[in-house]
Design a protein around this ligand. Structure first.
Ligand code: ARG
Ligand code: ZN
Length: 475
């Protein structure tokens, strides 16, 4: 229960690290050219959303309201044919704007049906519409593209994005990988609804987020139509393809569950997946109503991936999950998915919360108390990696999935609970999920909420646990 998923550690190799260093070069170039950051002058949309950990993730000058993604994937040649249809709104006058897309060949771009000029530069797809867009104007962009998608290597050394498997693809996108398979405003500040039309060889299943609208087979190919109607950050989108056993049902709360399980993982997954309705009910009891109309799981057989992801409405597992991982990824539906990050620096709002949900689950189901879990971690010596950096300030994108974020993040919540008492603590969690439902949060706002609900000054506590280097002393 106490060990967070640490894909980073397992996947770190010298080769991957070297790639990560090279990957920072375009960032430096963009900064020199003055193109990075949200405040780029004039009528050119910025090439980034202003996140210092991932300067080129996201873009400035517009928000996307909806993505319509039509993808065809040939599992044997690994060729992808894509058409993305974006509905967006300009937040400034725009003569030019960027989308994030890495790899693949773009064959055409239109803006409001008129052919638009485009260039590629690293992960930026730079679009020049025939007519400038007015501030506040709603516009449609279509991008047609094709090629062999490949994952990106994150600063922590793990693969992220479209990851081919022996029977399809494991498609995860945190923090950067969405741009490996569709053109996106690839930062969690920009959430949108999604429609997916996914065509794969007959016999394979393509699973995306939200509700399955229909499936249809013609000429040896099956098309799956999925709709994610509640707003979603691009990194939480999936279009995972494989040979899957399917299970569907509706919970007592009316949530539509769709589980897709690789038959090789079925036997190990079954006893855990059986608990999904009771886990969701338990989490709803603690955190407030489940935020989406759909739920479920994709259990793939992807032994090289090394992590699970809280893909919205339907977490994605690289192998049969254990119960605490199921609890963790579904807790993210409230903390991380419905309430999104504003900056990657605040990642403890996702991982600390989901980890603390594991501790609470254990405590309330006959396992260790959260206090016991806290104590076992606190006993680690000051030299232990747990204390390597404070969770509120991981320092760089390379650290966002490291132990301090998960474990010390959860310890921070436990300290809050001890300071304000159970009643106010659970009030804070529910208010957080309710007030920022389908929106965004920041650490500052969380601290202020906790102070408002409890009537206590909590600056010292959060300063110590979130921002102070080294192992905190005993209060
Ligand atoms: N958010 C995932 C979790 O629940 C971890 C994702 C790790 N991704 C990565 N690129 N290292 O723990
Ligand atoms: Zn997590």
């Amino acid at each position: 229960m106490t060990s967070p998923r640490r894909p980073a550690v397992r996947r770190r190799t010298a080769v991957l690290r070297r790639e990560a260093v090279l990957a920072t070069v375009p960032v430096a170039v963009a900064a020199l050219l003055g193109a990075a950051g949200p405040a780029a002058a004039g009528t050119t949309g910025a090439s980034g959303a202003g996140d210092p950990y991932f300067p080129l993730s996201g873009n400035g000058g517009y928000h996307v309201r909806h993505y319509g993604l039509a993808l065809g994937y040939d599992t044997s040649s690994r060729h992808l044919d894509g058409k993305a249809d974006l509905t967006a709104r300009a937040t400034q006058r725009l003569t030019r704007f960027d989308l994030d897309l890495k790899g693949l060949k773009v064959t055409g771009v239109t803006v409001d049906r008129a052919t638009a000029r485009f260039t590629r530069s690293g992960q930026e797809l730079v679009v020049t519409p025939r007519h400038a867009l007015r501030e506040g104007q709603e516009f449609h962009v279509t991008v047609t593209y094709r090629g062999t998608p490949a994952p990106v290597t994150d600063p922590d050394g793990s693969a992220d994005g479209w990851i081919p498997t022996d029977d399809g693809a494991f498609v995860a996108g945190e923090p950067q990988g969405a741009m490996t398979w569709f053109p996106a405003n690839n930062h969690p500040t920009d959430k949108a609804s999604y429609d997916f039309t996914l065509t794969v060889p007959e016999g394979r299943t393509a699973v995306a987020n939200g509700v399955l609208l229909g499936r249809r087979t013609t000429h040896g190919r099956t098309t799956f139509r999925w709709r994610q109607s509640e707003p979603m950050a691009a990194y939480l989108a999936t279009a995972t393809v494989g040979k899957f056993d399917i299970e569907r049902y509706t919970t007592r709360d009316g949530v539509q569950v769709y589980n897709a399980v690789d038959p090789r993982e079925a036997r190990a997954a079954a006893p855990v997946l059986k608990k999904l309705p009771s886990v969701l009910e338990w989490e709803s009891g603690l955190f407030g109503p489940y935020p989406f109309r759909a739920a479920g799981s994709v259990v793939d057989h992807a032994p090289d991936v090394g992590y699970a992801l809280e893909t919205q409405s339907r977490p994605l597992y690289d192998s049969a999950p254990d119960l605490s991982t199921l609890v963790h990824e579904n807790a993210h539906q409230w903390f991380g998915d419905s309430v999104s990050l504003t900056a990657w620096k605040d990642i403890w709002l996702n991982e600390g919360f989901a980890t603390y949900a594991e501790w609470l689950y254990s405590e309330q189901h006959g396992g260790d108390s959260a206090q016991k879990t806290f104590d076992a971690l606190y006993a680690r010596p000051a030299s232990n990696g747990l204390w390597a950096f404070p969770p509120g300030d991981p320092g760089s994108g390379a650290n966002i999935f490291d132990t301090p974020v998960y474990a010390r993040g959860a310890m921070t919540l436990h300290e809050l609970r001890r300071a304000v008492g159970d009643k106010d603590f659970f009030r804070v969690l529910r208010a957080w999920a309710a007030e920022h439902r389908a929106g965004h949060g920041t650490t500052d706002r969380f601290v202020r909420l906790a102070e408002r609900v409890s009537g206590k000054d909590l600056d010292g506590l959060f300063h110590t646990w979130l921002y102070t280097k080294g192992k905190p002393g005993r209060a």
